[in-house]
Design a protein around this ligand. Structure first.
Ligand code: T1G
Length: 691
């Protein structure tokens, strides 16, 4: 074996050269790999004893892409496109042997080889667009030449991977290898030589890019306008694929590089690359060792078969974990089970799961009205109304029923987990698991750490979250923990802005155009204006009470801040509500004024940031980027803006502080700057310095 760099070596299996890449954890294409690949191929070309080369990786996966950690640093030659040109010009057949995930530059490496083989579990993807980039080493030019632009476009512009079977069917790979990949790849290489197969240089292929109907690009752009609103990279992807069809390879490659560089220099890619690592940092909690002992969660109990309890149940049965679902009355249980079944049937009707899957998952749910049936579960999640007395009563009962060592979790959105834990003799086994509605869809889970929650319980909560495909963020106990506590700041300002003269439609448009999936007022109609409203003691003291007293509950009954046509969720103007707002504002002494879009953004966003700073000061959250992960996954913050704390650094903390101080003078202490914000500005630092 010849070591070429610390990450690449060249061995010989007879007349087959084996170019081994070994760069844990994911064989990212950092400098030692790129240098080793280039020198290795050059060496193989000169070695008359080598007739073909297999490129293969050690460890868990084929190259998973460029080393994202190198981005933003001075680039070091050889650059990947140049290395892949060496592949392209190699005079001996190169066979890429793929296992794990050939992603990004990894797939581009495989596409620059002459043949590709893979194990059945391999995946192939170009996720650069999820980093606000596009494939920058020929992927946008080679993939369309191999499988045609119509199949290449979604892979490049969505970044979603395909499996080996689909890759074989579409021509991305030539063979699926059963058994040992290295042996299978050598056998394939020998077959290529024995059959004297012509070397397929992908860059020279033309049949799939000839006679392409131009409308495929226009049609795809229509889809992108909906699914990728506000993102820059997907459109650049389409442009690059258009170039693959319309330009010679070399020109297309040059154009791809121009587009890549533009995106790399932009704020969106910086935000999305930041977010990539932020989403992985959340799992790292300073005082919880990565090898902390875990409690084995084989059976779960869930109390409450309502919207939350039902959604939470689905998360667990989707992961194959049986659930005992408890309700107080059979009719509530039946209704809850019916909703779960209906959700699964809808998924099955879309072809995303089979009828057999539905049966299996429903079979994992045991409904009961007896809390005693929870005596042998390993984890219970209480998901009843936000009523502290009710929760305390439930936890007292659970403490008596559940086996020693069972974890007792509450799904409360706001309430004090320590107070709940104090109802039990096992506070170290009590934790908050705050799911976001709809619980079977939203990826965010706030793991609320009680004062006495034990390390193994916290580690288990984080591990269970990963098993049920949630992004878990550890937070501390306070009203609303982190996400909802920050969200309350925006809610307060939206309520005030509407009374001060900004219409619901203006507020919604500004926040929607910022990148949120929907405006905050439309969101109120979706959630339900009557959430938390009590008819008995409603006295027209707030717009919520005024609207609910007028029977305007939101989408659920066709009218809220907006009007809704039968069966539609599209908000329609409601002049009658504008009049109600005007009357109520006058009664409250507001003098309506024209409010700028900029003021709306600043008043809806800056207080979120300021509250985030307070949350960090109080150690309710571990790091600023955790708050960004919460907002991207729990509240629809556009990932191309990184999250509120990343955005704050981008705007400039000094600017935010100045605006907060001005609002404090004009509008009161709701805008009093957090001491941490003032400290960072004084020290000339960013939130990023705390990550
Ligand atoms: N660069 C650097 N580090 C990476 C990395 C990468 N590409 N991918 C993963 N890591 C680290 C990650 O931070 C974590 O580190 C560890 O590896 C395990 O990752 C020229 C320009 C491959 C599916 O976008 O999708 O190629 O926290 O926890 O869940 O056109 O990682 O342990 O210290 O995610 O098993 C394109 C990104 C790059 C792939 C594995 N490629 N990675 O998932 O493990 S741009 C990507 C993933 C590019 C070219 C362009 C996943 C994975 P730590 P993990 P996993």
């Amino acid at each position: 074996m010849t070591a070429i760099t610390e990450a690449v070596s060249l061995e010989k299996e007879g007349e087959i050269g084996m170019l081994w890449i070994d760069n844990p954890p994911v064989n990212a294409l950092g400098y030692p790999v790129r240098k080793g690949m280039q020198d290795g191929i050059t060496m193989a070309m000169k070695d008359n004893g080598i007739k073909a080369v297999v490129v293969i990786c050690k460890g868990r996966t084929f190259c998973a892409g460029a080393d994202i950690r190198e981005f933003g640093k001075p680039p070091k030659e050889p650059h990947l496109p140049d290395v892949l040109t060496t592949f392209d010009q190699c005079t001996k057949p190169i066979i890429a042997a793929v296992h794990g995930t050939a992603f990004g530059g990894g797939l581009e490496t495989a596409l620059s080889s002459h043949f590709r083989v893979a194990v059945a579990s391999a995946q192939f993807g170009l996720p650069e667009v999820k980093l606000g980039l596009l494939p920058g080493a020929g992927g946008t030019q080679r993939l369309p030449r191999l499988i045609g632009p119509e199949k290449a476009l979604p892979m490049i512009a969505t970044g979603n991977p395909i499996g080996a079977a689909q890759a074989l069917k579409e021509g991305v790979i030539d063979e699926i290898i059963d058994g040992d990949l290295a042996k299978g790849a050598v056998a394939f290489a020998k077959k290529v030589l024995a059959e004297k197969r012509p070397m397929r240089k992908v860059s020279a292929l033309t049949d799939k890019i000839s006679g392409v109907k131009p409308e495929i690009f226009a049609n795809y752009r229509k889809e992108l306008n909906k699914s990728a609103r506000g993102f820059e990279a997907p459109e650049a992807c389409v442009k690059a694929v258009e170039a693959a069809v319309g330009k010679p390879f070399a020109e297309g490659l040059k154009y791809e590089r121009e587009l890549f560089t533009q995106l790399m220099m932009g704020s969106q890619s910086a935000a999305q690359r930041y977010y990539f690592f932020a989403e992985r940092e959340v799992a790292k909690i300073p005082d919880i060792p990565a090898d902390a002992p875990l409690i084995d969660i084989k059976k779960v109990g869930i109390i409450g078969a309502g919207t939350m309890g039902g959604g939470i149940t689905m998360n667990f049965v989707n992961a194959g974990i049986p659930v005992t679902l408890v309700e107080v009355k059979q009719e509530f249980l039946d209704r809850g089970l019916g909703v779960i079944k209906k959700n699964y049937d809808i998924t099955a009707s879309k072809g995303k799961m089979t009828a057999d899957d539905v049966t299996k998952r429903m079979g994992l749910i045991k409904g009961t009205t007896q809390m005693e049936d929870l005596k042998d579960v390993d984890l219970v999640i209480e998901a009843v109304f936000e009523n502290m007395d009710l929760k305390k009563e439930i936890f007292r009962k659970l403490d008596a029923i559940c086996k020693p060592g069972a974890i007792l979790a509450t799904n409360t959105s706001y309430l004090n987990v320590d107070e709940i834990a104090a109802q039990t003799k096992r506070p170290e086994y009590v934790v908050g698991l705050h799911f976001f509605s709809p619980a079977n869809v939203m990826r965010l889970l706030e793991v609320v750490r009680g004062a006495k929650t034990a390390i193994p319980v916290l580690a288990t909560a984080m591990a269970v979250a990963k098993k049920i495909k949630k992004i878990a963020v550890m937070v501390g106990v306070c009203f609303g923990f982190a996400g909802n506590r920050m969200f309350a700041q925006r809610k307060r300002e939206v309520d005030k802005l509407i009374l001060e003269g900004a219409s619901p439609a203006q507020v919604d448009k500004v926040i929607y155009d910022f990148g949120f999936p929907m405006g905050p007022v439309a969101l109120l109609d979706l959630i339900g204006i009557d959430l938390g409203w009590s008819k008995d003691n409603s006295k027209g003291r707030t717009m919520q009470e005024v609207l609910c007293e007028a029977g305007r509950f939101g989408i659920k009954n066709g009218k809220g801040y907006y009007n809704y046509a039968e069966g539609s969720r599209a908000p329609k103007p409601a002049p009658e509500v504008d009049a109600m707002i005007k009357e109520f504002a006058a009664k409250k002494g507001f003098k309506p004024r024209a409010i700028s879009d900029e003021e709306i953004i600043q008043r809806c966003i800056y207080p979120i940031i300021n509250e985030g700073a307070k949350i960090l000061e109080e150690k309710i959250a571990v790091r600023p980027s955790d708050l960004d992960v919460i907002w991207v996954n729990g509240y629809g913050w556009p990932v191309y803006r990184g999250g509120p704390m990343f955005y704050a650094d981008l705007v400039g903390l000094d600017k935010i502080l100045a605006v907060m101080k001005k609002f404090q003078a004009d509008l009161g202490d709701d805008f009093k700057p957090a001491p941490l914000l003032e400290k960072l500005v004084k020290e000339g630092k960013k939130f990023a310095s705390l990550n």
